[in-house]
Design a protein around this ligand. Structure first.
Ligand SMILES: Cc1cc2nc3c(=O)[nH]c(=O)nc-3n(C[C@H](O)[C@H](O)[C@H](O)COP(=O)(O)O)c2cc1C
Length: 386
């Protein structure tokens, strides 16, 4: 029976365990480039035992970023920085993963800690946002949306292929298309954002055409031996938006177009969601397990899986294949080592690089010497006076 620390093989890639660092936008780039911060972030998580390490969503076009501080893969000049990051991830025993994205009508933003407002197209750090239809999201996303013409959609699909080619050159071995969170793929799928009357709007077959063409474009250049996956906004939690049943149909179609795994998330095409499950433990797992059962496709999901016992159980109960951790991976670079200890793994240090583990095994003396929390903490803090 697989558990959290069982290897996972998909296509020609084997992860050492079922724990992935989920993609997280960091707003730390200039000109879309990776730098020492990204090397530190990804390298430390790979050294901390994560089996799969995602960088943040990387934009396939300059106007596909969230803000001017976000990473991209729209220029060959970005390959070198990305290669440095993938090298350290592999050196530390993990698999480097890329998430390709375009933020669509949710781009042109200030950084969150600067207020996160959307900027107008004529602002030096802003741009004209695009979408399937000229429908702004609302709230802070208040500027007009340019509805993409057919030839502009084709150009975006070519940009996906160019980005995937750069991802191969940069050493990535796992690719996820970002079709969730209200970004461009998500908004083509959602009737809340997509009001088109051509072949990209209306029926479910039409609303998923953007995704199938994007997958086809990437599959042309992305090697067969590497997994091609996507994160879907599988439910808008709104009666007028994407319904989960439609997502099952859509993923079935994507499977026919070479999809190897579905990572399920929420649509985020509106703030009007009911219910809002965001404080509920493992709330996406039930949907992911259903999709896996009905379509016989491997699945991953995130959302509130940061308790080791929960993360382990969703694998042992054969509900999902891969646990994606966002905030827990930010708060604890060694989450997998900690989880291994909590779950009484026979050798938690087998999760860090072997030479590093050697020191911890051989210079251990007592648990307190290596900083392991003790069951009886007060006894350990009685210091002798000189
Ligand atoms: C700071 C931050 C940035 C994020 N950026 C992305 C992103 O670039 N792409 C994406 O698909 N999800 C993004 N997410 C969502 C996470 O990948 C993850 O799905 C979410 O945090 C839920 O998982 P968790 O409960 O383990 O945090 C982000 C989350 C956080 C906290």
């Amino acid at each position: 029976m697989p558990h959290l620390f069982s290897p996972f093989t998909l296509k020609g890639v084997t992860l050492r365990n079922r724990i992935a660092m989920s993609p997280m936008t960091m707003y730390r780039s200039t000109d879309g480039l990776m730098n020492d911060f990204h090397l530190m972030l990804a390298g430390s998580r790979a050294a901390g035992g994560f089996g799969l390490v995602f960088l943040e969503q990387l934009a396939i076009t300059k106007d596909g970023r969230t803000s001017v501080g976000c990473g991209g893969i729209y220029d060959d000049a970005q390959i070198e920085g990305l290669s440095r990051v993938t090298r350290i991830i592999k050196d530390m025993g993990a698999v480097p993963a890329i998430q390709l994205g375009h933020t669509g009508r949710k781009g042109s933003e200030l950084k969150p800690w600067q207020g996160g407002d959307q900027l107008p197209p004529d602002h030096p750090d802003g741009w004209q946002v695009v979408g399937p239809s000229a429908v702004p999201y609302g709230g802070k996303y208040k500027y007009p949306v340019h509805a993409l013409a057919r030839d502009e959609i084709k150009a975006i699909h070519r940009a996906y292929a160019d980005a995937a080619r750069r991802a191969v050159d940069a050493g990535f071995e796992w690719l996820e298309m970002h079709f969730a969170h209200g970004y461009l793929g998500s908004s083509f799928f959602s009737p809340l954002a997509n009001k088109r009357t051509d072949e990209y709007g209306g029926s479910i077959e039409n609303r998923v055409r953007y995704h199938l063409e994007a997958l086809d474009a990437v599959r042309e250049v992305w090697p067969e031996r590497f997994p091609l996956t996507m994160r879907l906004g599988s439910d808008d939690l709104n009666p007028m938006g994407v319904q989960f049943e439609e997502s099952i149909q859509a993923v079935g179609m994507m499977k026919q177009h070479g999809l190897d795994l579905a990572d399920l998330s929420i649509g985020f095409n509106t703030d009007e969601m009911e219910p809002k499950p965001f404080a509920d433990m493992s709330f996406m797992v039930e949907r992911a397990a259903r999709l896996r059962r009905e379509l016989a496709i491997p699945v991953a999901t995130s959302w509130n899986l940061g308790l080791p016992q929960v993360a382990d159980k969703v694998i042992r109960d054969d509900l999902i294949d891969l646990v994606m951790l966002g905030r827990p991976a930010l708060s604890n670079p060694h989450w997998p080592v900690w989880a291994a200890r909590e779950l009484e793994h026979e050798d938690p240090f087998s999760l860090v690089p072997e030479d590093w583990a050697w020191w911890l095994r051989n210079f251990r003396a007592h648990d307190s010497c290596i900083g392991w929390p003790l069951p009886e903490a007060p006894a350990a803090v009685q210091l002798k006076r000189a």
